[in-house]
Design a protein around this ligand. Structure first.
Ligand SMILES: Nc1ncnc2c1ncn2[C@@H]1O[C@H](COP(=O)(O)OP(=O)(O)OP(=O)(O)O)[C@@H](O)[C@H]1O
Length: 578
């Protein structure tokens, strides 16, 4: 039952069309069994002492008509079925894509990205392959057998009963084969996902594998996952195989059983010759759709494993949709008793913070204390465990996510660029931006000069993740995005930390322009830069250890003063001691 529920869940809005296709399959099955009926009628007439030729020809005509109609219906069914399969899979990919977008990062990050990509690509491919051919033959198989048995029961209920018993003998085989396919199918799909994950890491981490001479170990790991996949594929084929073959044997035995009874009934004159021949021909043909059904049913059960994974993603809880919303009055951000944990590891405990509107606030602290996490909580990449984060007095959970993102720009240490042109990479900040606006944003971000020097200018492709650009260039493009977006809140996560001094100078200069008249929350490690800043929060041991202006904190005893002192000291270090 859950199998049918899963299929209906995946079909989504295409239920009506699915039912129509099922109806076409039923008509097709009915026509197949009707042809058998006409065949028996022809036989009946031919076995008479003086057959009526005109009647026989009319029946042959009717049979031809049925066959042509069968052909016509099967063509329509095939066309509609294929169209339906590809429409569902397209819709499913869109549904998954949108759903993944709406997931909080906390939920999304629990699984490796290969889990989502293998679901979007491989699992839906499994669905496409099996849904388009196994569903038709399974439905046709079930209904053909049903209609043929009904017809045979009309001819002789005793033999139809024997045949039905023969068919029922295969049920235990289907049951056990089904259990095996469900178990090994799941393992097979998992092994396939692990293989994709390892290959993805192998390609993406090639630079590090080479530099750390780790390639041999990675090869061994790849060999292991390939071997594992081979083993799981082999088991999936081998274990249900003998059961299916055995059930085929039982099909044949069931038929022989019926022949035995048919001959007995014929001998004691309770079965006429026509019906005997009809049972011998049609009864044998009855097992053909059953054999096809057996194989296709197991393929459908394998498909069910893929559907379960797709369903698993679609059932992950997304960020709640807020239908209507008034404009925000200002951009003040407040943390009220906010606690947060990654899994079960508590990182922030009941913290209270205020980031005033149109002012700069800075987060300072030792590495790993949770500064980046605070920015991620503001952007709702993660959900707080308890407490509230308010923007202009409104809990951010009650602000539509699109509205929230409209108010926030982010510039992080690691810039991600899409494998597209520089122009398109900047334009993502404001889809309807004109070329002039993009050029203006680039001027402000100090990146116009280097873009224009590139061979294809704005049309230069940046490579996967932006690998064709330097760290400083990528950083300036991300600042150009922030200029273009011009959101009232700016989250800056140490954007200059990995830059050389010249790039750092240009990036600092553009950040300085960017922060004007905005609510800025910045993470900073270079404390001397913070002179004149009034709102500095020092995070330590899950709490706000200190808060105040640079001038105040640099004089008060505490972590800030210590960090400042260590930074001063580190400036006296030399690579070679003189
Ligand atoms: N996705 C995650 N899942 C589990 N733990 C995480 C995750 N992201 C961060 N952490 C952990 O949370 C802690 C805080 O990380 P966070 O990046 O917020 O610190 P930070 O203060 O910004 O550090 P840094 O100054 O080094 O950038 C770290 O111990 C980190 O290992």
């Amino acid at each position: 039952m859950s199998f049918i529920k899963n299929i209906l869940f995946i079909i989504g809005n295409f239920k009506q069309e699915f039912y129509k296709v099922v109806a076409f399959h039923m008509i097709h099955s009915f026509l197949i069994s009707s042809s058998s009926g006409v065949l028996v009628a022809i036989l009946w007439e031919l076995l008479k002492k003086e057959p009526n030729r005109v009647f026989v020809y009319s029946l042959v005509g009717l049979l031809t008509f049925f066959l042509l109609l069968q052909l016509f219906i099967s063509k329509i069914t095939y066309k509609r079925g294929s169209k339906l399969t590809y429409s569902i899979s397209k819709e499913l990919r869109m549904r998954l894509g949108t759903h993944i977008y709406e997931l909080p990062l906390g939920i999304l990050n629990k699984k490796h990205s290969s889990y989502y990509s293998s679901c979007l690509l491989q699992d839906i491919r499994i669905f496409e392959n099996f849904f388009s051919h196994s569903i038709p033959s399974t439905i046709t198989g079930i209904f053909s057998v049903f209609f043929i048995l009904l017809f045979l029961a009309f001819l002789d209920y005793r033999l139809a009963f024997v045949l039905t018993l023969g068919i029922l003998c295969i049920v235990p085989f289907i049951y056990f084969a089904n259990l095996i396919v469900v178990y090994f199918g799941k393992k097979h799909i998992e092994a396939k996902e692990e293989m994709s994950k390892q290959f993805l890491e192998y390609c993406e981490g090639m630079k590090y594998l080479k530099s750390f001479n780790y390639i041999d170990k990675k090869y061994k790991l790849l060999e292991k996952v390939l071997y594992d996949f081979k083993l799981k594929s082999f088991k999936l084929e081998m274990f249900p195989g003998p059961l299916i073959l055995l059930s085929f044997v039982f099909c044949e035995l069931g038929f022989l059983f019926m022949v035995f009874y048919a001959l007995n009934y014929f001998n004691d004159n309770s079965l006429n010759l026509t019906f005997l021949v009809a049972f011998l021909i049609i009864g044998y043909r009855l097992f053909e759709p059953i054999k096809v059904f057996l194989v296709d049913f197991l393929e459908l059960k394998y498909m069910n494993n893929a559907i379960i994974r797709i369903k698993e993603i679609l059932e992950l809880k997304t960020i709640k949709r807020i239908p209507s919303f008034k404009k925000l009055k200002n951009s003040e951000i407040k943390f009220e008793n906010v606690s947060f944990s990654y899994d079960n590891k508590e990182l922030l405990k009941e913290i209270n913070l205020t980031f005033p509107s149109n002012d700069i606030s800075v987060l300072v602290g030792l590495s790993g204390e949770g500064k980046t996490t605070i920015l991620s909580l503001i952007a709702r990449f993660w959900e707080v465990k308890s407490g509230e984060i308010k923007l202009a007095g409104v809990n951010i959970k009650d602000i539509p996510i699109e509205e929230l993102y409209l108010n926030i720009s982010q510039v992080f240490q690691d810039v991600y660029l899409f494998d597209d042109t520089i122009y398109n990479n900047i334009q993502i900040a404001k889809i309807n931006a004109s070329k002039n606006q993009i050029i203006e944003a680039c001027k402000k971000a100090n990146c116009l000069e280097f873009i224009e020097k590139l061979e294809n200018g704005f049309d230069t492709k940046v490579g996967e993740g932006g690998t064709k650009l330097s760290g400083g260039e990528k950083q300036r493009i991300s600042i150009a995005r922030a200029f273009l977006k011009d959101a009232p809140i700016l989250l800056l996560d140490e954007p200059t930390s990995s830059l050389d001094s010249i790039n750092e100078y240009f990036v600092q200069e553009s950040i300085y322009k960017l922060t004007k008249n905005k609510t800025v929350i910045m993470i900073a490690h270079k404390l001397k830069m913070l002179k004149g800043i009034k709102n500095i929060y020092v995070i330590n041991d899950k709490k706000i250890a200190q808060k105040g202006s640079f001038e105040l904190l640099s004089k008060s005893d505490g972590l800030f003063k210590d960090m400042l002192a260590y930074q001063e000291k580190s400036l006296t270090w030399q690579v070679i001691k003189s």
